[in-house]
Structure formats: C-alpha cells, structure tokens
Design a protein around this ligand. Structure first.
Ligand code: ADP
Ligand code: MG
Length: 292
C-alpha cells in the first residue's frame, strides 16, 4: 500500500463522514466477506416506543404501568425510556423503588411499594420461576410483528406483557441491498428476542440471524463466523457491542452511538447510518485496486 493512495482514500472517506481510526482498517475492509450488524440502534433508530400493553385480569392497567415505569426510570436502556416516556405522557407520577437491579441483556428486578417486580425477556422471567401462562402467546404474537415483547411479574405472578417497537432507519434496506450487490453476506447479531429478530431480518433480506445473545455472545458469534475462515466486519452502536467491535476483523461504530462503541471501533460512521459502511467498503476496494 502506498502512503499516497491510502491518504487519498482516507481523505475521500472523511468527506463522506467516514473516520478511519486505525490506518490498516482501510486495507482490512476490502477483504471482508461478511458484514454483521447489531439490530437496535444500528438497523433501527434506537428510539423504541411502547406499542402494546396487555394486563392480566387481576391487575389494573394504570396502577401497573405506574409501577413498571417507576422501576424502568432507574434503567438507561432505550426500552426503559420508552416505558417511562409513555407513563409521563399519561400523567402518571413516578415513585422511587426501594431496591433496583439491572441484569444486562435480560431485564430488571426491583422492590417497590412493598412488592417485587421483574420486567424483561420471557427467558429471564422463566429462569426466575415465573410461569407466563396465556400472556406468553400474546407476546409471541407481538414478536412475529417485529416488536419486542417484555413481561412483567409481580411477586412471582405474571401481571402483563407489553411490547416496544423501533423504526428501521430509512436508509437501512438500501444499504443491505448494496452490500448484497457487492457480493457480501449480511448477518444480524442481537440481544433481542429471536422471533422479533427474524421478523425484521426477513423484511430486510438479511441472510443469517443470531439472537438472544449477551454482549460476550456477540463476540462469540463473530468468532464462530471467523472460525469458518471468513473475514468479518461488525457494525454496532452500543456498550454491549464493544467486545464484538474489538473482536471483528474490522469494527465499525455508528457515530451517534455510545463512546464505548466508538473507542472499540476501527472505523466510525459520523452520519450514523449504514450507507456509510457501504461507502467505506467501496472506498477500501477502490483504494486497494489502485495499489496493485
Ligand atoms: P440489543 O442487542 O437489542 O441492544 P440488549 O442486549 O440490550 O438488546 O437487551 C436484550 C433484551 O433484554 C431486551 O430485548 C429485553 O428483553 C431485555 N432487557 C434489557 N434491558 C431491559 C430493561 N431495562 N427492561 C426490560 N427488559 C430489558
Ligand atoms: Mg444497539
């Protein structure tokens, strides 16, 4: 690689808002065969809205929403913000829980108003011994529509299922089509529900889905794809994407994402959309062709 061609490529990238934090990433990108993508905040806007709330007959909707939102006000997860935003819009007053614990990639647990609440993924509540009963199928219906179902248990009894939905970014579909046209395989790696992930993947034509993984699981998924001898770029935005960004052949961070993700990445997309990843790979290919 001649220093001049690298400089030209890096400069061209900068004009498009693509920042190469590592010099060798410009060379590494042209060899990539698989582009793996985080879902929430990368394929989607990362600002989910509360879309459904189904309460078990023994519970009262507004009272339960108040408790759930009060607990979620302690969490910084975008799902939590969607719930508290809705409660505040409905004029509910939030109270401070007596205890609160966040379980990464699973949900939250809290003591509030003399009761114990669990809020999170089906697998999380079931692991805690909660039987989801008829609400499980309701949540699976939400998931089939590409929404993320969350279950609520009060003192070990299932009390509600709610769902949040996040808009796919307007530029995502075109970017995935462009990656396919460049001969690349496209994968999704997400902590979200498997049914939800598959619904969104099929809408976008994504080839391979790894779902319901913890942050270390994202890295393990990358390593498994690499073990098959493929060179991988991973695109992500969150704290939970940092291990995968560091472990991929080329880590690409969404510039509007968290600092932790940006620090772990080789390339940063300042515009915050996936079209930047397409441009970065194109520039890399062109730059390396000029050299040889
Ligand atoms: P993603 O890869 O989509 O960013 P995460 O790893 O952050 O997902 O979370 C995975 C799953 O854990 C969520 O889909 C949700 O079911 C559950 N979860 C995480 N945080 C919370 C929270 N604060 N409240 C409820 N559920 C949560
Ligand atoms: Mg994310």
């Amino acid at each position: 690689a001649t220093p001049t061609s690298i400089m030209v490529g890096t400069g061209r990238a900068a004009e498009l808002g693509i920042l190469f934090r590592q010099g060798d990433a410009l060379q590494g990108l042209q060899a990539v065969e698989v582009v793996a993508l985080d879902k929430t905040g990368t394929l989607t806007e990362g600002r989910p809205e509360l879309t459904d709330f189904r309460v078990a007959p023994e519970f009262e909707e507004q009272a339960l929403l108040q408790l759930v939102a009060s607990v979620e006000a302690q969490s910084e997860h975008p799902i939590a913000q969607a719930i508290t935003r809705r409660a505040l819009q409905e004029g509910l007053k939030l109270v401070t829980p007596d205890s609160f614990e966040s379980i990464t990639g699973q949900g939250v647990s809290a003591g509030i108003d003399g009761r114990h609440l669990l809020i999170g993924a089906d697998r999380f509540l079931e692991r805690e011994g909660v039987s989801l009963g008829e609400l499980k199928a309701v949540g699976q219906g939400y998931a089939a529509e590409g929404k993320t179902p969350l279950y609520v248990a009060v003192d070990g009894q299932v009390a509600a299922v709610l769902s949040v939905a996040d808009r796919v970014r307007p530029t995502t579909l075109a970017a995935i089509t462009a990656l396919h046209d460049m001969g690349l395989r496209v994968a999704m790696i997400t902590g979200d529900n498997r049914v939800t992930a598959k619904a969104i993947a099929s809408e976008l034509g994504i080839d391979h889905v790894v779902a319901e993984v913890l942050p270390e699981g994202k890295l393990a998924a990358i390593e498994e794809l690499r073990g098959q001898g493929r060179r991988i770029a991973f695109v992500g935005d969150g704290i939970n994407d940092a291990p995968a960004l560091a472990g991929a052949d080329v880590g690409i961070a969404i510039g509007t994402g968290t600092d932790v993700a940006i620090e772990a990445a080789d390339v940063v997309l300042m515009s915050g959309d996936l079209g930047g990843a397409v441009n970065a790979i194109e520039i890399s290919r062109r730059t390396m062709r000029n050299i040889r």
